[in-house]
Design a protein around this ligand. Structure first.
Ligand SMILES: NC(=O)c1ccc[n+]([C@@H]2O[C@H](COP(=O)([O-])OP(=O)(O)OC[C@H]3O[C@@H](n4cnc5c(N)ncnc54)[C@H](OP(=O)(O)O)[C@@H]3O)[C@@H](O)[C@H]2O)c1
Length: 243
């Protein structure tokens, strides 16, 4: 059985991606989340409506040991399962000016996005390479490309993921495993719930925030066989905010 793993898949962009990968590509879903079990269970039910299996995997992507153990246990207990797609979506913000940035705000943001990418992807990559097929998609941000005042930590974490995407793509392209990044601008989700859309949309040529389904459509394409000749890329999805 073919599975797609989506980290931070219980809410927001990750939730939309997990549903789309089930609906459009027929993948069974490994749905990772951190602590909100109600949201994860509700998303699992929506995925199951698509007629695929959905397994909840609760772990903190920051915790390397637990992440590795959980993924290895799944592989050991399910020899029939192939994890063909990894979407590294789990991410947080802890915004503030660098001058006053506390160490925990620096480390938690870098640990979740960048180290989460390592902790999740590294234990799974050997099997992908053996099978000569795979898709790794990293959800980064416009902040990681242009930099954003008040988000030095987040910009650094996402920018490093862009570099890791390019490097890993070069390492494993020969095995037909592609690695790409998707860089959203302002997308309506819990993460942007406190943002003033009426003010911010003036900066966006398309004059609105994006929807999680729009990001999921792009990820679904990159996860499909149709995207076989795209690797090492970072694709913007930001309404024209930055290119
Ligand atoms: N929204 C935007 O405008 C925007 C723009 C650019 C990039 N992005 C990126 O897109 C991704 C998703 O953002 P979003 O807006 O959908 O965020 P969100 O609505 O806040 O959802 C975050 C998801 O990540 C999970 N998560 C957080 N920390 C985790 C951890 N340590 N381990 C495992 N799961 C964790 C949460 O699980 P729980 O429910 O258990 O907490 C939740 O499912 C992030 O990487 C973000 O940086 C978002």
């Amino acid at each position: 059985m073919k599975y797609a793993l989506v980290t931070g898949g219980s809410r927001g962009i990750g939730k939309a991606i997990a549903i789309k990968l089930a609906r459009e590509l027929g993948y069974n879903i490994l749905l990772n989340f951190h602590c909100n079990i109600e949201a994860a269970s509700a998303t699992k039910r929506l995925i199951e409506i698509e007629g695929v299996d959905c397994k909840l995997l609760q772990f903190d992507v920051v915790d390397a040991e637990t992440t590795k153990r959980t993924l290895e246990n799944f592989i050991k207990n399910r020899p029939d399962a192939e994890i063909e797609v990894i979407v590294n979506n789990a991410g947080i913000t802890r915004d503030g000016l660098f001058m006053w940035m506390k160490p925990e705000d620096w480390h938690s943001v870098v640990n979740t996005s960048l180290n989460g990418f390592y902790n999740v992807t590294q234990p799974l990559i050997k099997n992908m390479l053996k099978r000569h097929y795979g898709r790794i998609i990293n959800i980064v941000s416009v902040s990681g490309l242009k930099g954003n005042a008040g988000q030095v930590n987040y910009s650094a974490a996402k920018g490093a993921m862009v570099a890791a995407t390019k490097a890993l793509a070069q390492e494993i392209g020969k095995r037909k495993v592609t690695v790409n990044a998707v860089a959203p601008g302002f997308i309506t989700s819990d993460m942007t719930a406190d943002f003033d859309e009426n003010e911010l949309k003036k900066l966006i040529p398309l004059n609105r925030f994006g929807q999680v389904e729009e990001v999921a459509d792009l990820v679904s394409f990159l996860a499909s066989e149709k995207a076989s000749y795209i690797t090492g890329e970072t694709i913007n999805i930001n309404g024209g905010l930055y290119s």
